[in-house]
Design a protein. Structure first.
Length: 319
């Protein structure tokens, strides 16, 4: 698949294709941005473009080299990803990679190493990688991706060409979901806004029942006299409940400020939202939104989920 088939991210992709056209590749690239933006997909496309047999500055997706990279079977393109229960990139993986890149490419133009979620490198692994990046082999290109740049060794980042990925505009992602992936309009709108412009996140959720679940949560916690907090036992389920409630009260807050209705996350329930405008004052909305943020924080610290959601419901009922 060529770069042109990647939706959005024109500035980032132009930087990569520009280096390919000039023939002046950096020794290492760091693709940074939130989770679900398509950084790994772009990294793999870049790796294919570097070694493509048909195109000079792009990936054809159909030559033997591109097909092997897609299957992670190319002898000169190596992928390092977090492994094991710890979900960390360990020193052993880096050492194996160092042995492989010490040899010149077997059949490709360059040896390429793609390191996914590079912030998960252990201290030992990061230090070992740093030594390689300080004096990278001329025949090798490193492509690092991470959704948490703040956790990266600054010395590693400084030795890479930084390529930033940003979320898509919500309306643009909505159009992509609708036109390119045949997602029905109400679902496309909700996914585009709920995912905050992250196309990978939206695509991962497109076959889910999240829209129906979202409406069920709103019915139970907003319109029912008794929310079903006791039925939520798993932390992930509680997180979904809190995130959905956050979208509802975010919409209420912003619609009171004059936000265009097309920007509502819960556009499918616009009339009900408008009916709630005068139910909560500014201070009440700020208190509820703050409580949701605190609850999401406490959820990461082994709090009782049933008690947490019960307290959240009490805040909602206190107008």
């Amino acid at each position: 698949m060529p770069f042109g088939d990647i939706k959005g991210h024109r500035v980032a992709l132009d930087l990569l294709t520009g280096d390919l056209r000039s023939g002046k590749l950096a020794g290492a690239y760091f693709l940074s941005g939130q989770e679900g933006l398509g950084k790994f997909f772009a990294a793999r496309t870049f790796a294919k473009a570097i070694n493509c047999l048909s195109f000079e500055a792009d990936s054809c997706g159909s030559c033997s080299s591109c097909r092997k990279i897609d299957k992670q079977e190319h002898p000169d393109v190596h992928f390092l990803e977090p492994e094991g229960a710890s979900e960390a990139l360990k020193i052993e993986s880096v050492r194996q990679m160092q042995q492989k890149i010490s040899l010149r490419p077997y059949e490709g133009k360059k040896t390429v190493v793609v390191i996914r979620e590079a912030h998960t490198l252990t201290s030992e692994a990061a230090n070992a990688l740093l030594k390689t990046l300080e004096e990278p082999p001329q025949h090798a290109v490193f492509i690092l991706t991470s959704s948490r740049q703040a956790l990266m060794f600054k010395t590693i980042v400084s030795r890479c060409r930084l390529v930033r990925f940003a979320p898509l505009q919500r309306h643009a992602l909505e159009e992509i979901l609708r036109d390119d992936f045949s997602v029905p309009q109400p679902r496309a709108h909700f996914l585009a806004y709920f995912s905050e412009g992250r196309i990978g996140h939206a695509l991962a959720l497109r076959e889910s029942s999240l829209l129906e679940q979202k409406n069920r949560i709103i019915d139970e916690f907003i319109f029912s006299s008794q929310g079903q907090a006791g039925s939520v036992k798993e932390r992930q389920d509680a997180r979904v409940v809190l995130n959905v409630l956050a979208t509802w009260f975010r919409d209420l807050y912003l619609v009171k400020t004059g936000l265009p209705h097309s920007e509502l996350i819960n556009l499918d329930r616009r009339d009900e939202l408008l009916g709630f405008i005068n139910r909560y004052g500014w201070s009440a909305l700020e208190r509820i939104i703050g409580s949701i943020s605190e609850s999401l924080f406490y959820l990461e610290h082994n709090v009782n989920t049933r008690l947490l959601l019960s307290n959240m419901r009490a805040h909602i009922c206190q107008k």
